[in-house]
Design a protein around this ligand. Structure first.
Ligand SMILES: [Zn+2]
Length: 142
C-alpha cells in the first residue's frame, strides 16, 4: 500500500535522479521544480476520496467559496461570481471521479505536462512528468 508520504518521497527521489543524470542541478528553477514534483506525485490521487490531496483541495476550494461569498455579500461585486461557480463545479466533479480512472491516465499526465511546457517552461513540464509517472509506477499502474 503506497501512501502519500511514499508517493512524495519516490517522486522526489526520481526527480533528483533525473536531474543528476541530465545535469539539471544548476537549473535556475531547480528549487521551484520540487514544488511541481510534490504536487504531481500526489495529483493522480485527486480521485480518491480518502487521499490527502483530495481532502486538501476540497478544503481549499470550500475556503475560496466562503471567502468569495463573503466578498460578494459585502461588496455586491459580481465579478467574482464565476470563481464561486468554478470552485463549486470542481468540488462536484471531484465527487464523480472513479479511483484510478482518468486521473491515473498517462494521457492526462502528458496533456498537463504539455500545457505546462507551453505556458511556463520545459523544465517544469519535465518535473511534472517525473512526479506524475512516479506515482503511476508506485501504484503499479503499468
Ligand atoms: Zn494513485
Amino acid at each position: 500500500m503506497t501512501n502519500y508520504k511514499n508517493h512524495l518521497l519516490f517522486g522526489v527521489v526520481c526527480w533528483v535522479a533525473v536531474c543528476y543524470v541530465f545535469n539539471f542541478l544548476q537549473h535556475p528553477l531547480f528549487a521551484v521544480s520540487f514544488a511541481v514534483v510534490a504536487v504531481s506525485s500526489l495529483f493522480p490521487d485527486l480521485d480518491s476520496q480518502s487521499s490527502k490531496i483530495n481532502n486538501f483541495t476540497e478544503l481549499s476550494l470550500a475556503g475560496i467559496i466562503l471567502f468569495v461569498a463573503g466578498v460578494l455579500y459585502f461588496t455586491k461585486n459580481n465579478l467574482l461570481l464565476p470563481l464561486l461557480f468554478a470552485c463549486g463545479a470542481l468540488i462536484f466533479a471531484m465527487q464523480l471521479l472513479r479511483h484510478r480512472g482518468v486521473m491515473h491516465s498517462p494521457i492526462l499526465g502528458i496533456f498537463i505536462a504539455s500545457a505546462i511546457y507551453f505556458l511556463f517552461s520545459h523544465f517544469l513540464a519535465a518535473a511534472f512528468l517525473v512526479g506524475f509517472f512516479s506515482h503511476l509506477l508506485a501504484d503499479q499502474h503499468f
